[in-house]
Design a protein around this ligand. Structure first.
Ligand code: ZN
Length: 136
């Protein structure tokens, strides 16, 4: 493993820590909200917040979860020695693209392809989910 990869690893390990910590904090906030459930005042403020606020919070949390799984995936790739290799076509990812997006796991070509396919990919994923054959 070269110097650059060592630096990348420590960067992503810190990033994983940071994101995991952030998610823990979000969980804690949810818990303390539950604790206040019996409090009349908090009931009023929560009613005022409305469900839109809660949805925003959930979407926010999901963003962190997605980012965390992206970071974990990158760390796995560093472990396997496949960092900088496209998950789709197994070709080297353009260094300029990697420079701009350190956790890129797909080359531009495959990202474009994925965008085009995303319409039916969703259907295919649903199909796989309901007809779980498992990974090979
Ligand atoms: Zn590719």
């Amino acid at each position: 493993m070269d110097i650059k990869q060592v630096q990348l690893r420590s960067y992503f390990e810190k990033e994983r820590e940071r994101l995991a910590e952030k998610l823990r904090q979000m969980e804690d906030e949810n818990f303390s909200k539950d604790d206040r459930e019996g409090n009349a005042f908090s009931k009023i403020t929560e009613a005022a917040d409305g469900s839109a606020e809660m949805e925003k919070g959930a979407a926010f949390k999901q963003t962190f979860k997605d980012r965390l799984s992206g970071v974990e995936h990158t760390l796995r790739k560093l472990d396997e020695g496949t960092y900088g290799i496209c998950d789709g076509c197994r070709q080297a990812i353009d260094p300029a693209r990697l420079e701009a997006l350190l956790e890129a796991s797909l080359c531009r070509k495959c990202v474009d392809l994925q965008k085009k396919q995303s319409r039916w990919t969703t259907q295919a994923m649903n199909y796989l989910a309901t007809n779980a054959t498992g990974k090979q």
